[in-house]
Design a protein around this ligand. Structure first.
Ligand SMILES: Nc1nc2c([nH]c(=O)n2[C@@H]2O[C@H](COP(=O)(O)OP(=O)(O)OP(=O)(O)O)[C@@H](O)[C@H]2O)c(=O)[nH]1
Length: 135
C-alpha cells in the first residue's frame, strides 16, 4: 500500500525526566531510523492508551518503572517507512532511588539534547524541552 493510504500508527513515547536529565537511547541497527537517538516508546497495542503504552514500553526497554505526569506534545508524521501519530508523555520515576537503566538508554542533560540526532518528528518536542524551564 502506498504511504499516502496508510492510517497512522499510534505511538506512545515516555520523556522521563530525573534530576534535570532525560532518558535517551539509540535506535538499533535492525530498526528503522537506525542510529537515531530516541526516547523510550513504541506502537500502542490495540485498545491501549498512548499513556499506558509509554509506561509499558519504558519498562520493557529501560527496565524502569515510571508514571505519566502530562502529555506535552503530539504530532502526526509521515516517514518513508510509516505514518505515525506520536504522543509524547512527560514521565517521572516511581522510585527515584532506582535510576539505573538498561543499555542503550542513558541519562542525558538538557544541553546534550541539542547535540543528539533525533528522528525528524522529534524536532518540535526537543525545542519545547529546551524552552521550558521545567517542562
Ligand atoms: N521510541 C521512539 N520512537 C520514535 C521516536 N520518534 C519517532 O519518530 N519515533 C518513531 O515512532 C515509531 C516507534 O515505533 P517502534 O519503535 O515500535 O518501531 P519499531 O522499531 O519496533 O518498528 P519499525 O520497524 O516499524 O520502526 C517508529 O516509527 C519511530 O521511528 C522516539 O523518540 N522514540
Amino acid at each position: 500500500m502506498s504511504n499516502e493510504m496508510k492510517l497512522p500508527k499510534r505511538i506512545g513515547i515516555a520523556i522521563v525526566e530525573h534530576d534535570g536529565k532525560y532518558l535517551i537511547g539509540v535506535r538499533q541497527a535492525t530498526q528503522t531510523l537506525a542510529g537515531k537517538a530516541e526516547f523510550p516508546g513504541g506502537k500502542c497495542l490495540p485498545e491501549e492508551s498512548a499513556a499506558d503504552c509509554a509506561v509499558r514500553e519504558c519498562q520493557e526497554e529501560t527496565g524502569l518503572d515510571v508514571r505519566v505526569q502530562k502529555m506535552i506534545y503530539e504530532i502526526e508524521h509521515r516517514y518513508s517507512h510509516d505514518v505515525v501519530a506520536l504522543q509524547f508523555w512527560l514521565c517521572e520515576l516511581i522510585d527515584t532511588d532506582k535510576a539505573d537503566s538498561l543499555a542503550p538508554f542513558v541519562w542525558r542533560s538538557r544541553e546534550e539534547l541539542t547535540e543528539l540526532d533525533f528522528p525528524d518528528a522529534n524536532g518540535p518536542v526537543i525545542q519545547l524541552l529546551l524552552e521550558t524551564e521545567s517542562a
